[in-house]
Design a protein around this ligand. Sequence first.
Ligand SMILES: Cc1ncc(C[n+]2csc(CCOP(=O)(O)OP(=O)(O)O)c2C)c(N)n1
Length: 828
Amino acid sequence: MSITQTMPDTALQQPTDRERVFELFRRWGYLQATLDPLGHMSPEPHPELEISGNAATFAQEARAIYCGSIGAEFMHLPQAERRHWLQERMERRSPKQATDAGRILERLVRSELFEQVIQARYLGTKRFSLEGLCGLVPLLDEVLEVAAAHGTVEALMGMSHRGRLNVMLNIVGRDAAEIFAGFEDVDPRSVLGAGDVKYHMGATGEFSTRNGKKVSIHLVSNPSHLESVDPVVLGRTRAKQTRYHDAGRTKYLPIELHGDAAFAGQGILAETLNLAGLRAYDVGGTLHIICNNLIGFTTSPNELHPTRFASDVAKRLPIPIFHVNAEDPEAIIRVANMAAEYRYEFSSDVVIDLIGFRRHGHSEVDDPTITQPALYKMINQHPPLWEVYAQKNKLDPAPIIEQIKAELQDAQQRGKTIKKKPTFYSLPKYWDKFVGGNYKPEYEVRTGLDAAELGAITQALTTVPPNFTPHPKIKRLLEERARMGSGAKPVDYGMAEALAFGSLLKQGVPIRMSGQDSRRGTFNQRHAVLIDVENEQEYIPLCHVSKDQANCEIYNSTLSEAAVLGYEYGYSRDYPETLVLWEAQFGDFANGAQVVIDQFASAGEDKWNLFSGLVLLLPHGYEGQGPEHSSARIERYLQLAAEDNMQICQPSNAAQYFHLLRRQALQKWRKPLVVFTPKSMLRHPDASSTLDDFTRERFWRVVPDGEAGNATRLLLCSGKIGHELRQARTARKDANTAIVFLDQLYPFPEKELAAELARHPKVREIIWIQEEPANMGAHFYVLPWLERVARNIPVRSIKRSASASPATGSAKAHEMEQKTLVTLAFGK
Ligand SMILES: Cc1ncc(C[n+]2csc(CCOP(=O)(O)OP(=O)(O)O)c2C)c(N)n1
């Protein structure tokens, strides 16, 4: 026997020669598997697999298992139990499998003909054909069969453009007539300036298994931004698992389909993979399917990733990866079965890399022969999979082709008669009590609480169990909070938030929050989770507010913005009763999640008519900490604001923050809420509130100035600068200047601001003042509103000079700038 590398003899029992050979193929066999229908991925030579002599027969046996149409990567898994499970499945002599060739043929014909009918009828329209990967349909069939057998009632699917319409028809079970109506683009007036293209729309439906079990399918609405839907699918799954007490995480299954180029290239996918198994984000394992056509638009694999497989980014994690040749339906079904069973057995992610080709150009209107002429010469001569499969299995496809053609023709005729734009999905019942659309005054709710109630909540929030030893600083903090809650001391932001959360939990509103270091709070302000200094046991006072309170989850997130925000957005989509919050460490880090903000939070309702009450907490304020820790980029959110799509607020004191959080949870109007939160003002007396402020009716969009009735000038501002201005006013003994806070920037509180102006009848000048440079902040947005509200009173603004970065890197330069701002504000 000659094996080029000797195995370490760590086991007590010497492995047999056969075992040694098999071990090599288990580890490296996938490199020589026959995975590509067009033979482009030639086997990669591997010296350890060059086995001759006596062991050659074992090698032949192992090669038949590990180098066929399935390439399994699992030897990187550290858990021996899992490796053995996979090995045993791979090496079974007669894989237990009920393949029904007739059904497979029918599924293949159905998916391929659907594409051909569209190609023939709607030439030149984008559809992102599945042809070349039609094996996806039997693959998903098998996954859903296994899922149903494990008690799954619903699969949440995320996928991009490729094959989406095909999946809607053949897996989600939508009527082909509706899809054809989409191609007719009926009823354009219903979506002027809104709506979305047909291959991004969400779809709900039902999949029927062979023995009649039903699995609901939710295909999640998806923006063009590849992979950005990944965390959203997981958040939605987790929300359903939580609301339906799916402790084993088997009733709700996430399935994510990816393009090969996107899987290899998009960072948000890697961020999402990192969430698996973490207490905050666990969903019991996701099935990932790479619809691998070995091309991305016009780009070839060797330009898309430095490794042999697009899936290699997943190999960093202890999860198995199955590559499978998309032209071997039996192998596809075997892989689908193994992968799905593995997910249920180990609550783990699994990757299936379905390797085929793309029959047409990227969107059918593209001509792929310009960039890949040789490849497309081969593809043009390559028959459709159903033909290959029928021949191999000696089946006559003619009758099924005739039947499906007739069905599709009929659907097409029906599609032409549809007058109203079809919606492919319906909202679950739990959305019935909530609304989107434009703001209406009747949505206002009382958010204040009486002092006795605040006292009772404080009691629960500031008490630890007798055997719990808090850190001395925490002991003091709890004592301080107890004084705040009893009215003996002004209440700061940290306590205001705790009171908002505590009162909501008591009222039955669940809370879910995640963000970097959110349990303690970046600024040492939250302390939602207390740690026993003796044994590091956790105690969460918010979980002990009352006996029948709602569920409270507060987590430290991974160091991700995009995936974590996407996840929390998803959660908010399926648990509208919950106050769902994501916190950025500093506000500007949210730009790492810009896709989620633009494509989901801001535009989700306009595109898909889907609502969300997600809260973004974005620390903001100019404190001399440098270009990156100062601005949460208020301007960006204001630019996104239209059609009452979200609320953008900067509460100027603790009580305002309390009322705002409670308003968000208690009003039935479900809109994302962007909150610019303080840093230096967190414990500042000027931004603290009396207990009385918590008992008043509700959040004030405009915080009035009660001190300056005779003022001739009015400074309007938002956030920290207002407190600095009020201090300066006191120091200057200025009686001419009123200082008013705009605590809600959007929807713009026109009426409230007009009322405040009316209370200062002598004002002859209105100045918007902001800390941000002229090309940032709110002034470009506020000024037109101000001019409208101010009528004939002149309006101007004071701000830093336009700057390419938000703030200076020097604390001293900051001080100088800030002084200048304040001086200018008072005109001297
Ligand atoms: C984030 C992002 N960048 C770029 C694009 C433009 N784009 C659309 S499809 C595509 C190629 C995708 O290739 P792949 O992931 O392999 O999927 P395929 O279309 O081949 O199925 C690109 C670059 C996009 N939609 N999203």
